[in-house]
Design a binder for this molecule. Sequence first.
Ligand SMILES: [Zn+2]
Length: 271
Amino acid sequence: MPELPEVELARRTLARVLERGRITAARSDDRLVSPGAPGSLEPLVGARAVAVERRGKQLRIALAAPSAGGASLLVFAHLGMTGEWHEAKTSAPPLRHEKVRVDVGARSLRYTDPRRLGRFVVAKEDTKAWRALGPDALADGVDAKALHAKLAKRRRTVKEALLDQKILAGIGNILAIEGLWRAKLDPRSRADRLTLADVRALAKGLRDAIAFQLRQLEKATEPKYVNMGGENPFRIYGRAGKPCPRCKHTLAKIVLGGRGTTFCPSCQRRI
Ligand SMILES: [Zn+2]
């Protein structure tokens, strides 16, 4: 499942192609688009993207209409479980599992999604889902004071609170696990008991975990999820039963809020 770093890479791919000029063609599998009428992406043709933004795992493309009197459009997109954006030549044949295609002159954006769980919404104003998201953990940064104030109101564990996208958009299961380990904080700690110093360490842990995952993805030759296949690049995610890279104690795995949670019972302090 894509997390913030994968979606950030998708944002960069979209921005790189869309900034070349006006959209010359747009086609979609209409089941993925809302409203899902046939040709639902056709209003995009002739428009020019003015901003490609990401908040958490959601993407928002703001488009200026082709004519001066035309209304601006917003396209909201998320990748579901298996969605990926690829850059290709317009003349290139369709990719396997290609569901959406947007051409800008000679360059083309191809969206593939074998499981078809990605969604596109074409709208005139922000969707409720977009407005509900908190500040983005990368684009807006992790502000320790603001995060501390929000966590102070939560009586759940810090791990569960971090997955609440209203608090900080973009923190998924892997980033929460890795960020808490980097901050030396036990995921079972009560969110409202963390001091500002604890949250400062957590903010740094999350920032470092995001930067690390982005570097891993940038090294990959094509967009792919860091948690799919190949060697496990993470410090502790997926390593339960193995020694902690910091203190060598055996890593444990528990379930918190329905999500598998790896941590080190020895060097991650429970508060
Ligand atoms: Zn440890």
